[in-house]
Design a protein around this ligand. Sequence first.
Ligand code: NDP
Ligand code: MG
Length: 401
Amino acid sequence: MSRPAGRPSANITVLGSTGSIGKSTLEVVALHADYRVFALTANSNVLAMVEQCLRFQPRYAVMVDGTAADQLAAELHNVGCSTTVLSGEQALIDVAIHPEADTVMAAIVGSAGLPPTLAAVEHSKKVLLANKEALVMAGELFMRTLAASDAVLLPIDSEHNAVFQCLPPETRLAGGDIRSQGVRKVILTASGGPFRTLPVEQFGAVTPEQACRHPNWEMGRKISVDSATMMNKGLEVIEACFLFGVGPEHVEVLIHPQSIVHSMVEYMDGSVIAQLGSPDMRIPIAYSLAWPERINSGASFLDLTRQAALQFFAPDMERFPCLRLGIEAAAKGGTAPTILNAANEVAVESFLSGKISFTDIPAIIAAVLAQMSCELADSIDIIRHADKQARAVARRLIAGT
Ligand code: NDP
Ligand code: MG
């Protein structure tokens, strides 16, 4: 965390380029001739990857799925595109740590993003972290690896990016407890998702399509469900604790339905510094790509005269038990966040495929946490074991529902 990034980096690996954050990253990159795409990666979406390869001409394209990689290679060959196609999970790591890639956008969804993201940190890259699950499941190890490297970690999650922007410049990359710099607390804002005002009795009948229809942001399906349950904010409390070296008692969550104030930092003297902007992920992406400079993001500028109101409410933990579970896991530490994340990934997947109801999601996660003992999370083996076990327990419980 010690090395200032200097001039904006130019050679970028985008992990998860076919997703919502990956596409927004490429839109920002396309606005700036001095940013080059070194590698793109996806799981299996060949159609989107062909288009991206033709447009950005990366040196490498990785498809984790072998069949998709073969298909991509054949299609690129037919059109004379010179991008080298790789496949498999190791290839994600290879393009994340390649000496010619100086910047890595970590935008794979879920735990699959941990190995290449952690490897990029180990290899002292400038890492733009969207993949919050990687940090949540292995936060202590992740931050220790960061401290031992020359990597620069910039949060892409809009709330953490906002907090980062509101911190004193000398504190931003310092690591450690930000309260030693006069910070009293971090205030994370939350839109409240699509079900902020839906009667709780109707939660059981919510469909995946309704859960994925977010009022303010267009995102991938997994994070959209997380926003609807507010587990997203639970994960973000954990993310804030690791990134800014504070306990959950120093992280407050406020519902702010307009998604204009992206988060705030309160100082000891009573000052509160906030970051505002249109709800558009290209803003934190452009900020992090260019940091410590500023570049055009392509997002629209904020016109506060057109904003009828900016409202803030305390969250209702009864309505959103996932938020409470996230805060409790942050307080417990050790493998509790790993277990919470794994159980949530399995529960969300099962909800999206119609196996369980919306209200089963918090019930499954709570049951997995109750059944498993929490350990110190100080090695990758312990984390992998807790993750695997939590998934197995969650699947067993789901099979029995
Ligand atoms: P999407 O679902 O839109 O995209 C996910 C990307 O990851 C795709 O490129 C997908 O490839 C790839 N992928 C999926 N599974 C695997 C796997 N097993 N191995 C390798 N690659 C895989 O997600 P989002 O862009 O919405 O989110 C990405 C991350 O950013 C998440 O961690 C999310 O929490 C975080 N984030 C997102 C925000 C947003 O506004 N979307 C805001 C803040 C954080 P394929 O297309 O082939 O399936
Ligand atoms: Mg967020």
